[in-house]
Design a protein around this ligand. Structure first.
Ligand code: COA
Ligand code: AMP
Length: 645
């Protein structure tokens, strides 16, 4: 007999437009779409082209209008400050409306861009929704990024207004944001008209009123007192809701553009059918609003589905201990948690026998979802053993906006295979292709690609860069979107995602570009050339590691230069880049045509079997690389081993 998953996937395959038309009925439209998909619009076609709606209305106002104004919309839990604040849908509406009024006073209208550079505080969520209310386009920049990264984004999206805070809180330190923001605005060619700053008690920022700084709370309070009404602006389903920058293969980040209508349809479908969440449930995505997980499953997905969302400021360990996650689940009766495997590795390292679980009533807890990086079996098994709930690995990326592959517990729990994010979801046709674009048989490793058109909710393009989108994602395998992940699909249709095919690495669940780091290392005046690779790390999955060759006649202390390069990457990209190891080498291994052999270096660093590349220019250089890696504590075999290329 066909199960619920098979039946649903089949119904999508048989009639994709009818499938998404039915899913779209869950959205509250101003004008419901008549055209479900138009292949002639956009880069690969567009969804719901004549539909009109508003994403903020669907996340907030519709619940108030439906009589759920007193239901809990969001719980802010800060393990950093010991604060808990709860917001009903009606309260959320008041807050969002006031922020929208402030933005409107600043001249923000439909289509304008607003950059949000904030820590995990409620005002960040209000700001995102306020932009959506006005039909403005938000671009959230992760708080761990430095001024230069922020400036790049300000320029690329030409932000009219920036919303920020006086500081972020990291364990043991307060991170003042305002100096970073001021520096970014100074660097940016396109200056915002105004910067709204939330003053936090832990650190007050000096506001440059003459440069357009405004105290967020004061401005919002004025609008609340006045009771200013700001209606939700009707927008086309195809109008952009947000731009989210993500690492590409160069220092220039890619602005992933998400539309309003398709996004709402896909997220609401996924909340119910993928995550098994119903109105009144409580969902906790322990991520950050700076990442796609935060956009989709802290803010829009749960709120649109009428599910209570948790906004958590803290870390899985050290705030104050490895029992924090259990405390949050118990205190707020969380039904499902979504986090990155690295968070569970951190908890397991601190509390191997999960002793801190003792005494916590986790009876509300139904499912743990993991994504962001490959989930290793040991971590999965540890979580299953101690939590006694299904542990669901699932696979997606910033570009797709919602899961590509998952064990769809909302439909049915399929048998779990450790190491696999289970099966492809309706909306997606996933194939594994060889480098020439031929379809590979089951079980053979290749390029994981998605047949066009992508379903609703996936990126529609890069911001102002359709051609870059085509070149980066669509041209290599015509008719397909290239995920840039390598993997295989087994006989049962289970997917195994093994590695990236580009220079992106996953460090503590954060997506980083080694190419971008190389660009920064090369800025150091003593560095002639460099290579950055991702090496295996027991906690973070991968961490970056840089090899630098110094210019001739540089006689400065090598350890000092290494520290300077570490500092440069921290200053230019941000602490989140987590580059701590810089090794000075005499030469880099290259092919005869001059290509740096990063893949071979990575295998050596990880202590994996490696083969001497036939095209190598000077094999002796790999001995030097092995030697220096060993001196830094890596397993690095010095001899080529076995037959792995
Ligand atoms: N603002 C400023 N700095 C930040 C920051 C922020 N929002 N987020 C991280 N940083 C800093 C950290 O303080 C750290 O600085 P340090 O080098 O001075 O210590 C650096 O960036 C690296 O941070 P991180 O990679 O998070 O490492 P960590 O050692 O602080 O914590 C984990 C390790 C595993 C506990 C942590 O990464 C974690 O909780 N990961 C969960 C994964 C996650 O949320 N993924 C999102 C996708 S689902
Ligand atoms: P991001 O865009 O930051 O969400 O990162 C997306 C990338 O993270 C994917 O392209 C994969 O390389 C990796 N990734 C995400 N989820 C998984 C998973 N469940 N298994 C393996 N890799 C994953």
């Amino acid at each position: 007999m066909q199960g619920a998953y098979q039946g649903t996937y089949q119904s999508w395959q048989d009639a994709p437009e009818a499938f998404w038309s039915r899913a779209a009925e869950n959205v509250d439209w101003v004008t419901p779409p008549k055209t479900i998909f138009d292949p002639n619009q956009g880069v690969y076609g567009r969804w719901f082209v004549d539909g009109v709606m508003n994403s903020c209305h669907n996340a907030v106002d519709r619940h108030v209008e439906a009589g759920r104004g007193d239901a809990c919309a969001m719980i802010f839990d800060s393990a950093m400050t010991g604060t808990v604040r709860k917001f009903t849908y009606a309260e959320l509406q008041t807050e969002v409306q006031a922020v929208a009024a402030v933005l409107r006073n600043l001249g923000v209208t439909k289509g304008d861009r607003v950059v949000i550079y904030m820590p995990m505080i409620p005002e960040a969520v209000f700001s995102m929704l306020a932009c959506a209310r006005l039909g403005a386009i938000h671009s959230v920049v992760f708080g761990g990024f430095a001024a230069h990264e922020l400036a790049t984004r300000l320029d690329d999206c030409q932000a009219k207004v920036v919303i920020s805070a006086s500081c972020g809180l990291e364990p043991g330190r307060v991170v003042p944001y305002k100096p970073l923001l001021d520096h970014a605005v100074d660097l940016a060619k396109v200056k915002p008209d105004a910067c709204l700053i939330v003053q936090r008690d832990q650190h007050h920022a000096v506001l440059r009123y003459e440069h357009g700084d405004i105290d967020f709370a004061q401005a919002v309070e004025v609008e609340k007192v006045k009771g200013t009404v700001v209606p939700c602006e009707p927008v086309l389903a195809t109008d952009p809701l947000y731009v989210l920058y993500t690492s590409g293969t160069t220092g220039q980040p890619k602005g992933v553009v998400r539309d309003n209508g398709g996004h709402a349809v896909a997220l609401m479908w996924s909340m119910e059918n993928v995550y098994g969440m119903r109105q009144g449930d409580t969902f906790w995505a322990a991520s950050d609003i700076g990442w796609v997980v935060g956009h989709s499953y802290i803010v829009y997905g749960p709120l649109m589905a009428g599910v209570t969302t948790i906004l958590f400021e803290g870390k899985p360990v050290g705030t104050p201990d490895a029992g924090t996650y259990w405390r949050v689940i118990r205190d707020h009766k969380v039904n499902a948690l979504f986090t990155a495997p690295t968070a569970f590795r951190a908890i397991r390292r601190e509390d191997p026998e999960a002793e801190l679980l003792t005494g916590y009533d986790l009876s509300s807890f139904r499912t743990l979802f993991l994504a962001g990086e490959r989930a290793d079996s040991e971590t999965l098994k540890w979580a299953e053993r101690h939590l006694n709930v299904p542990v669901i690995d699932h696979w997606w990326q910033t570009e797709t906006g919602w899961p590509v592959a998952c064990n769809p517990v909302g439909l049915e729990l399929l048998p779990v295979k450790h190491g696999s994010p289970a099966t492809v979801l309706p909306g997606y046709q996933l194939d594994a292709l060889d480098d020439e674009g031929h379809l590979l048989p089951r079980g053979v490793l290749g390029n994981l690609v998605l047949k066009l058109p992508l379903p609703p909710g996936c990126l529609v393009s890069f911001w102002n860069a359709d051609q870059r989108f085509r070149d980066a994602c669509l041209s290599e395998f015509p008719g397909y979107y290239k995920t840039a992940d390598a993997g295989l699909i087994d006989e049962d249709g289970y997917i195994f995602v093994m590695a990236r095919t580009d220079d992106i690495i996953n460090c503590a669940g954060h997506r980083l570009s080694t190419g971008a780091m190389e660009e920064v290392c090369a800025m150091h005046p003593d560095v002639a050339e460099c290579a950055v690779i991702g090496v295996a790390d027991a906690l973070k999955g991968q961490v970056p590691c840089a090899f630098v060759v110094l210019k001739n006649k540089v006689e400065r202390d090598e350890a000092l230069i290494s520290r300077e390069v570490v500092g440069l990457v921290r200053d230019e990209i941000g602490p989140v880049a987590a580059l701590k190891t810089v090794m000075v080498v005499k030469r880099l291994p290259k092919t005869r045509s001059g290509k740096i052999l990063r893949g071979t270096m990575q295998k050596i660093a990880d202590g994996m079997p490696w083969k001497m590349p036939a095209t190598i220019d000077d094999p002796a250089i790999l001995d030097e690389i092995s030697e220096i890696l060993r001196s830094h504590g890596y397993a690095a075999p010095s001899q080529p081993v076995a037959a792995i290329a």
